[in-house]
Ligand binder design. Structure first.
Ligand code: IVH
Length: 710
């Protein structure tokens, strides 16, 4: 096959795949089996391997994502992305409709009504039928270029069929369907990762990922609801726009009502309120739009929203139910959280049985008592909450609830004492090795950003503690495959074994974790206030745990008062400690180090012959920077104190180059700012280059980097 034939074949395969994609996602009428689809896909992949220069960025093979990027470039919207004015009652909707009538000078006005999707707004621009770029709403006039991430969403066509307008900007919402959201949270929990609060946050979080291959794994979806720029075609109404979407295989927001009176609008809004709970995704309102574009133009805009649209916001659905009991849960940090156990009640699409009551203050404020009839709603339509009690339905004997008395002043899990720190609302278990803490502690310890030990989800963590196999996190390193394999995850009556495969995975990844860098180990301990970046900064200042736990630097730092600056402290100034490590973090580490648990941890670490080492130890920044400047000091960290941004195509993978810069003491940032010292630019630097030039940041190539290293 010559190049021309290959090009033709590739474009034929791409068009074919895109057609099947549309049939599958948008029309839900697939014509080929998964197997046949995969075959076409592999044929195209093969040709692209042989002719990478002919591969299109909009090839269906690109849906799996590509190389991670450093940060999102900003892009301006040709037409600003505005907001919609909200109304909260039928009366206010009446005011809106009356304004339309007055401004258009007639009684009958064609409008459409459609769901307001609770997602993330996006603008997708097609040029000559090809997806050119996709941008978030941002501040309305410019947003993040998220093209690579949007390409991974199956329902977003990469090419439009024959007859597409030469420029077609489609606006809509990217969202995560409820089911996909629940499934993803279950998986995250199994992997010990933090669950997302609601589908909207999960969708927004996914779109912020810099690695589109990760985005491709998230269950994102898209629906179109508006137009931006359009050329080469005249549209007269919202209805015609929807017809064009259909023709182009773009998923249009549904259902849509057409009405011409206030009564009609109110009917549609009420119908949608019933229907929306059976939609696969979250909705929080009804959007009413004037149908004719001519009318829209006449009505115009305010600075923040069009005058031809209005969003009716549904109040969250509230239901009455009886609070039967209050149970108390113990979290990773030992916090005792009261939880309402409710008579099951169906709210906003799911059955609710429990709701957190947060803490004693919240219970007092709402005067919640066992036996009360309470009003339940879902905050953000997802997380159940007790809104208030109905005092008229209170049983005569209901007493105020006092958490401390209910648990007899003891942790319900380990029977140790509980205490409430001054100024805090939460009661906490004082036992550093409380099993409830232990299970949750283990989940953090094994999580990906911590020590990345596979196969330990919630159930495994709980059972390990419950069955006495693991008391503290370090026991994970003493596990043996054979006995672990027969760990019972079920009950005595119906046992369910962990199995040899899972056991082997846990043991082997735990072995690997022994040599993980100090920064991850510090983070993995879940010491209050000590997050990932604090872990890294602490590891820069210390060689190992011993040094960290008895650190003179931290002892100095802890005595700092608010407002005092680290830079003014003679001893500390030279360390140039980052803001992630302040007096609170220092105090938290030293408290842990001095505690029984901290001491036991060090001792056990020694017994297990594990000694995590810093991989970024570089405490004395000032001296290093001097050495770097005058070329003395053996040049171990010649890039110390310098911040780099890397862009364009280089002779090695970007991550390798970044690692090299970091090994030599430099910092690597994602975007160019006035704090950047050097932009290392390869082939095709793009907007970072322009920015660096405008800020006067030094631009170097790879040879320039070698010169700096010396
Ligand atoms: S039309 C000029 N229709 O809600 C704005 N917006 O609060 C016209 N939204 O940023 C927007 N569902 O991202 C429209 N069916 C729908 C919508 C919708 C959700 C979002 C949209 C907008 C925000 C405004």
């Amino acid at each position: 096959m010559n190049a021309e034939e290959a090009r033709l074949e590739m474009s034929r395969l791409a068009a074919e795949l895109e057609k099947h994609n549309r049939l599958y996602y948008t029309d839900a009428t697939p014509e080929v089996s998964d197997k046949d689809y995969d075959q076409l896909f592999r044929d195209l992949e093969l040709l692209e391997d042989v002719h990478p220069d002919l591969a299109s960025p909009n090839s269906p093979t690109k849906r799996v994502g590509g190389e991670p990027i450093d940060g999102f470039e900003q892009r301006a919207h040709v037409i600003p992305m505005l907001s919609i004015d909200d109304v909260f009652s039928e009366e206010e909707m009446g005011d809106f409709f009356a304004r339309l009538q007055k401004n258009l000078g007639r009684d009958t006005i064609d409008v459409t009504i459609e769901p307001k999707i609770d997602g993330v707004a996006v603008s997708i621009v097609y040029r000559n039928g090809e997806l050119e770029y996709a941008v978030t709403r941002g501040d309305g006039s410019r947003g993040d270029d998220i093209t690579e991430n949007v390409r991974t969403i199956g329902r977003v066509p990469l090419r439009l069929p024959e007859g597409a307008p030469p420029v077609f900007e489609v606006r809509g919402e990217i969202f995560m369907p409820n089911e996909g959201f629940a499934e993803m949270n279950r998986e995250r929990d199994e992997q010990g990762l933090q669950a997302f609060v609601n589908p909207r946050n999960a969708a927004a979080g996914a779109l912020k990922l810099l690695d589109s291959r990760e985005v491709a794994k998230r269950p994102l979806d898209f629906l179109a609801h508006g137009i931006g720029q359009i050329e080469g075609i005249e549209l007269a109404s919202v209805k015609e726009f929807h017809a064009l979407l259909k023709e182009m295989g773009l998923p249009a927001n549904e259902p849509i009502w057409e009405k011409d009176s206030l009564e009609g609008v109110v009917d549609a809004v009420r119908e949608l309120d019933v229907l929306r709970h059976s939609l696969a995704y979250g909705t929080d309102g009804a959007v009413v739009k004037v149908n004719l574009f001519e009318d829209q133009q006449q009505l115009g805009f305010t600075s923040r929203a069009p005058k031809w649209a209005s969003a009716f916001k549904y109040p969250p659905e509230q239901k009455e139910t009886v609070l039967r009991e209050i149970t108390v849960q113990v979290g990773r940090t030992g916090t005792l959280t009261p939880v309402a156990e409710l008579d099951p009640v169906f709210v906003s699409g799911t059955t609710v049985r429990r709701a957190t009551l947060h803490n004693q203050d919240e219970i007092d404020r709402k005067d919640i008592r066992i036996g009360d009839t309470v009003l339940i709603e879902k905050a953000g339509e997802i997380i159940p909450a007790v809104v208030r009690v109905l005092p008229e339905k209170r049983p005569l004997n209901a007493e105020p609830y006092k958490l401390y008395d209910e648990v007899g002043g003891k942790c319900p899990v380990c029977d140790s004492g509980i205490e409430r720190a001054e100024g805090f609302v939460a009661w906490k278990c004082v036992n550093f090795v409380c099993p409830a803490k232990a299970a949750n502690q283990i989940k953090l310890f094994v999580s990906r950003k911590a020590l990345d030990i596979d196969g330990v989800g919630t159930i495994v963590a709980e059972k390990l503690v419950e069955r006495g196999v693991v008391e503290t996190v370090l026991d994970l390193f003493a596990l043996e495959e054979e006995s672990l394999g027969i760990l019972n995850l079920g009950t005595i009556e119906s046992p369910r074994m962990l199995g040899p495969k899972n056991a082997a995975k846990i043991v082997s990844t735990a072995k690997r974790a022994e040599t993980a860098p100090l920064s991850r180990w510090i983070y993995a301990l879940g010491i209050p206030q000590v997050g990932e970046s604090a872990g890294r900064e602490l590891a820069r200042l210390h060689r190992d745990f011993k040094e960290t736990f008895s650190s003179p630097i931290l002892k100095d730092l802890r005595t700092f008062k608010t407002g005092q600056r680290k830079e003014d402290h003679e001893e500390l100034a030279k360390y140039q400690i980052a803001s992630e490590v302040g007096p609170t973090v220092a105090g938290s580490i030293l408290d842990y180090a001095a505690s029984e648990a901290g001491q036991a941890f060090l001792k056990r670490l020694e017994e297990l012959e594990i000694n995590p080492q810093s991989d970024n130890y570089m405490p004395d920044m000032a001296a290093l920077m001097e050495q770097a400047a005058d070329g003395s000091g053996g040049g171990e960290f010649p890039l110390a104190g310098k911040t780099f941004v890397v862009t364009g195509t280089l002779s090695q993978p970007r991550n390798d180059i970044k690692a090299r810069i970091q090994d030599l003491g430099g910092k690597v940032a994602g975007s160019v700012s006035k704090n950047t010292d050097y932009l290392l630019a390869g082939e095709g630097g793009g907007s970072k280059l322009t920015k660096a030039e405008s800020l006067g940041v030094a631009v170097i190539d790879e040879a320039g980097l070698e010169d700096l290293i010396g």
